[in-house]
Ligand binder design. Structure first.
Ligand code: PEP
Ligand code: MG
Length: 600
């Protein structure tokens, strides 16, 4: 049957957690780790199948060449007899049925060559491994070896090249790791759908930073992985995912997408920077940056700077830790773009849901409670010292602040400060230029740190509330676990009380306090945070317009009154309903009409 004759598939609707707002429509594109080899598996668009088969053929020819070379080299080193193993491997590749089986998998299952090699090799090697005869059983290893060689010759490919040129696609994956997300070509992505992950997962944070609609917690990966050629609608406002939509559904969602764009445009129509309230109280607006390649936005006069530079992304997508000089080069580049604006560099925050491929940590039962954030720097001074030296050296080129993630105790801050003092003295002694004063601050994201805030403020030059983790630990809810996502509540009365306490304590002693978790960019939270005394908001740049405009439409008195009311409610639902209504009223006073789902 040709493509044109394929019957139209029936529309299916499924739901997940909305984590990045907007409506995205496009062909489904599956991205999965293959099971047998560490290679990605994709579903192919129909037009990508023939080029994929050609790619396989080229890889097999190259693998045969490799085997001829290996055999010649081995013959010289160990003699003809022992080099015969490569001849055997070559014969396997010459056997046309091996290639035919892989080709068939590409054509029939519409999967990429790596996934097809992986499937065929696993099937064959499993069959041999089950045999009685020991010699025959050993062939299982040979088959895997040959498979690996072909795989190596397939090389790495950019997944977006598999989708029809010019078309935006919907990425479907079981779990999007920060290192994958950092590689995404945002101009080709219509939306993201994942099985694992909640609102505060790093994949969600990246999707929001890129302004790409995303829905997580969609428990249908295995089903979707078999639907090459399907179209998907992703509504990142309410979590709806429509598979193979009927034409009328498609039209309805296209209209919704256009309405969403109109709201965005009306938000962008007025000034949002520099940050200030209606009664002209200044509020610093800053951006969060994840990627070294992210350029500070042009035409953003009035932006205070980068409130959170997640340096761990410099450590990802590379074979090993970056050296001090490599880091310095990246930091200098960022500072050059920032000009006189400040950049708060957060020291490496890996572990938990941000693994580094080359840094294998023993399996932990509770990674979120384990070796992550500053705990790694604290126990591994070489890592910390290299980064601190790079940051201190970078301070000569711009306005640098340093921030420590996942701090739980006062002693941790003292140890870090002591190292920084030693490094400063050493660098000065050597005549290396550094800024006269480099502030070292602390993220407040562990409940113990929030409770001991007065003591921490004695040691830290500034604090920043990491609400993503703080909520996770206060509510005892894994930020990546879709099952318990309903309990991940930024407007929970307990969360608000803890945040209020931190802001109050910092303001009382005149130390800088900001909030750099996702709450800072969530319109629902702006009023209450402002009313609690927050004057520094750091968020994905994409949210600056909305938050900036909201701030300019509200007075401090109104915000304080709203915060007082919000703190008196018993339930998250009550807080949300109250703040939602107030926020919509304020937006409508400046001519921006929002509906409930646009607010998150
Ligand atoms: C946070 O926890 O709020 C935060 C900003 O850090 P991350 O999201 O990178 O853990
Ligand atoms: Mg955090």
């Amino acid at each position: 049957m040709t493509e044109a004759e394929t019957p139209r598939r029936t529309e299916t609707v499924t739901n997940g957690i909305p984590v990045s707002t907007g409506v995205g429509i496009g062909p489904l594109f599956v991205f999965a780790e293959s099971f047998a080899f560490d290679a990605p598996a994709y579903c192919l668009m129909p037009e990508a199948i023939a080029p994929e088969v050609d790619r396989l053929k080229r890889a097999i020819v190259a693998a045969k060449d490799d085997l001829d070379h290996l055999r010649a080299e081995a013959a010289l080193k160990v003699g003809e007899q022992d080099a015969r193993i490569f001849l055997l491997h070559r014969q396997m590749l010459d056997d046309s049925s091996f290639q035919t089986q892989i080709e068939r998998a590409i054509r029939e299952d519409k999967i990429n060559a790596e996934a097809a090699v992986s499937a065929v090799v696993s099937r064959l090697s499993d069959a041999f491994a089950r045999l009685e005869d020991e010699i025959a059983r050993d062939r299982a290893t040979d088959i895997r070896d040959v498979g690996r060689l072909v795989m190596r010759n397939l090389g790495n490919r950019d997944p977006s090249t598999l989708v029809a040129p010019g078309e935006k696609y919907v990425l479907v994956t079981r779990e999007l790791f920060p290192s994958d997300a950092a590689n995404l070509d945002k101009d080709r992505l219509a939306a993201i759908v994942t099985e694992i992950g909640g609102k505060a997962s790093h994949a969600a944070i990246l999707a929001r930073a890129l302004g790409i609609p995303a829905v997580t917690g969609v428990n249908r990966f295995d089903d979707l992985a078999k639907r090459g050629g399907s179209t998907l609608i992703v509504d990142g406002r309410d979590g709806t995912v429509v598979i193979d939509p009927a034409p009328e559904t498609l039209e309805r969602y296209r209209k919704r997408g256009r309405a969403f764009d109109r709201i965005r445009e009306s938000l962008a129509a007025g000034p949002s920077l520099p940050g200030m309230t209606r009664d002209e109280v200044p509020v610093e607006l800053l951006i969060n940056v994840e990627n070294p390649g992210d350029v500070l936005p042009d035409r953003l006069d009035g932006l205070a700077g980068v409130g959170l530079y997640r340096t761990e992304f410099i450590y990802m997508n590379r074979p090993f830790f970056p050296s001090e000089d490599e880091q310095l080069a990246v930091y200098q580049q960022v500072l050059k773009r920032a000009g006189t604006r400040e950049v708060v560099f957060r020291t490496i925050d890996v572990g938990g849901d941000k693994p580094l491929p080359y840094f294998r940590v023993d399996r932990e039962d509770n990674p979120a409670l384990g070796w992550r954030g500053f705990r790694i720097s604290d126990q591994w001074p070489d890592l910390f010292i290299a980064q601190m030296r790079a940051l201190l050296r970078a301070s000569a080129y711009g306005n640098v602040k340093i921030m420590l993630p996942m701090v739980s105790t006062v002693e941790e801050v003292r140890r870090a400060q002591a190292i920084v003092q030693d490094l400063k003295s050493d660098l000065k002694r050597r005549g290396t230029p550094i800024a006269p004063k480099v502030q070292v601050g602390v993220m407040v994201e562990v409940p113990a740190a929030a409770i001991a805030i007065e003591s921490l403020l004695r040691e830290a030059d500034f604090v920043s509330i990491g609400s993503n983790d703080l909520i996770q630990y206060l509510m005892a809810v894994d930020r990546n676990n879709a099952r318990v996502a309903a309990l991940y509540q930024e407007l929970n009365p307990s969360v608000l009380k803890v945040i209020a306490n931190v802001i109050r304590a910092a303001n009382r002693v005149g130390k800088e306090v900001s909030l750099c978790g996702e709450m800072a960019g969530n319109f629902y939270c702006t009023l209450v945070l402002l009313g609690l005394g927050l004057r520094r908001f750091s968020m994905a740049r994409h949210y600056l317009t909305g938050v900036g405009r909201l701030l300019r439409a509200v007075s401090i008195d109104e915000a304080e009154a709203a915060a007082r009311r919000a703190l008196n409610f018993f339930t998250t639902g009550e807080v949300k309903a109250f703040l939602g209504a107030r926020t919509r009223d304020i937006f409508s006073s400046i001519g921006v009409a929002l509906d409930e789902s646009d607010l998150e």
